[in-house]
Design a protein around this ligand. Structure first.
Ligand SMILES: C[S@@+](CC[C@H](N)C(=O)[O-])C[C@H]1O[C@@H](n2cnc3c(N)ncnc32)[C@H](O)[C@@H]1O
Length: 208
């Protein structure tokens, strides 16, 4: 599938109707989501025919992008039942198969290399410090091939150091720096959109 077609299909997805502040529910827009998954496949071969998990799947954008690029199996995990309902409707609308698990990722009981690739846009940790690193720690335990994740650029040194030293990563590479528009979902945002710098990372797990 062409990049533009992928972006345009992701643009049709229904997103959070009542986003929950404490869970940092903001969607990855179609522009970033399509490039994230397209790079994962076209530069590294981490999506097509692979088992892919979408951590904190929300309304399913990243997982569905993986499915559109021919992933063998896609599992979306999120703590929030309402988001999973929307994601499930999105999957039906696109006539794609995607399984869902409602869980708190911090307590995920999976052991060993259960999936090939994890894709995620974790909470940046603005509501609960370290939320993004909790996701990363678990992702690197269960992925055999690669983890793709977005983190605030201001945390770059910390993310790299912690992934390599404490989280079982063999390598941690920033693929590009992006401008990320967090839409004005919450009353305390005065501007229409809050624009922040975000890194797209690729981590390779050391393996079990
Ligand atoms: C920034 S949103 C990203 C949503 C979606 N992946 C996307 O890219 O559009 C973060 C997601 O993580 C979920 N989440 C937050 N804390 C979680 C936890 N402890 N366990 C599982 N999911 C969580 C939220 O419900 C939300 O859907």
């Amino acid at each position: 599938m062409k990049l533009k077609q992928l972006e345009s299909l992701l643009g049709t997805l229904q997103q959070f109707s009542n986003p929950k502040i404490e869970l940092e529910q903001y969607p990855t827009g179609p522009h970033i989501a399509s490039r994230m998954l397209y790079t994962a496949e076209n530069s590294f071969g981490d999506v097509t025919d692979k088992v892919v998990a979408d951590f904190g799947c929300g309304c399913g954008t990243l997982g569905l992008a993986a499915a559109l690029l021919g992933a063998e199996h896609v599992i979306g995990l999120d703590i929030d039942a309402q988001s999973i309902e929307i994601a499930s409707t999105n999957a039906e609308d696109l006539e794609l198969d995607m399984d869902f698990v409602q869980c708190d990722l911090r307590n995920l009981g999976w052991r060993g290399s259960i999936v090939d690739t994890v894709v995620m846009n974790p909470p940046f940790g603005t509501r609960r410090k370290g939320a993004d690193m909790d996701f990363l720690s678990v992702a690197l335990k269960i992925a055999s091939q690669a983890v793709y994740s977005l983190h605030k650029t201001t945390t770059r040194d910390h993310v790299k150091r912690t992934a390599l030293r404490d989280y079982n990563a063999k390598s941690a590479e920033v693929l590009c720096e992006l401008r990320y528009d967090v839409p004005q979902l919450y009353k305390f945002h005065k501007k229409k959109e809050v624009d922040i710098a975000v890194d797209l990372w690729r981590f390779v797990p050391r393996g079990v």
